[in-house]
Write a protein that binds this ligand. Sequence first.
Ligand SMILES: C[S@@+](CC[C@H](N)C(=O)[O-])C[C@H]1O[C@@H](n2cnc3c(N)ncnc32)[C@H](O)[C@@H]1O
Length: 259
Amino acid sequence: MTQDAELPEHVARNRAHWDATAERWVAPGERSWAQQDPTWGIWGVPEFELHLLPDDLEGRDVIELGCGTGYVSAWLARRGARPVGIDNSPKQLETARRLQVEHGLEFPLHLGNAEATPFPDASFDIAISEYGAAIWCDPYLWIPEAARLLRPGGELIFLGNSVIQMLTVPDLLVDGPSTDRLLRPQFGMHRFEWPDDDSVEFHIPHGEMIRLLRDSRFEVTDLIEIQAPPDATASFEYTSPEWSRQWPSEEVWKARKVR
Ligand SMILES: C[S@@+](CC[C@H](N)C(=O)[O-])C[C@H]1O[C@@H](n2cnc3c(N)ncnc32)[C@H](O)[C@@H]1O
């Protein structure tokens, strides 16, 4: 196991954060594991509407980068894929392991940093992250790492907060959800820390993301800006259904490794 002292500063901080808050994610993890059909992001948009996943998952090797309680990997395993989950939080993995036993569905789970994994080059067909590496890892580290892990033709799929969400959400949760005002510059956005929180997130502008993906041997195949469904109810304080009907609070990137 990597000792906390050896981890990069933001990874050590995020491990402490996720271990401290893991209890909060037990019930959502249990609900998601019990679901047969995938739904995505904070609005729970069904897979049949978003089409995040390739049609044929049978026998495909998948790495979930920042798997948390492991429900995305469980959905993929039930569709015939061979998932492996990696996560930085021992506590989150404890929940994932318990849910594996309860659901009789086992796949490898590793404790580690998705920016520097122990897996061999070209060992997966799909790399996926829903609010895992997608927002908690430095994109300039985890995207090249995902490229290393994927076979040529392999697919990268990741979902996280949108750029416009990050530009319009107040610093403090008590000040309410995302607004119709730009509250911080887009130029230079990369590392985010919040005054009322101890974690570190990463979000970069679209142009930079396209260049990073291309420099990492990916071609971008889609950028899906998620609209909250008409019947959406608020489940997170940082954005509202009304706002997210007008602007995307979340986005999905899809890319294929070209060589
Ligand atoms: C929100 S959960 C993602 C799992 C699930 N899809 C979800 O939405 O609940 C975020 C996960 O990212 C993990 N994480 C944060 N930094 C990480 C890193 N450097 N490497 C691997 N996992 C990391 C956290 O431990 C946490 O379990």
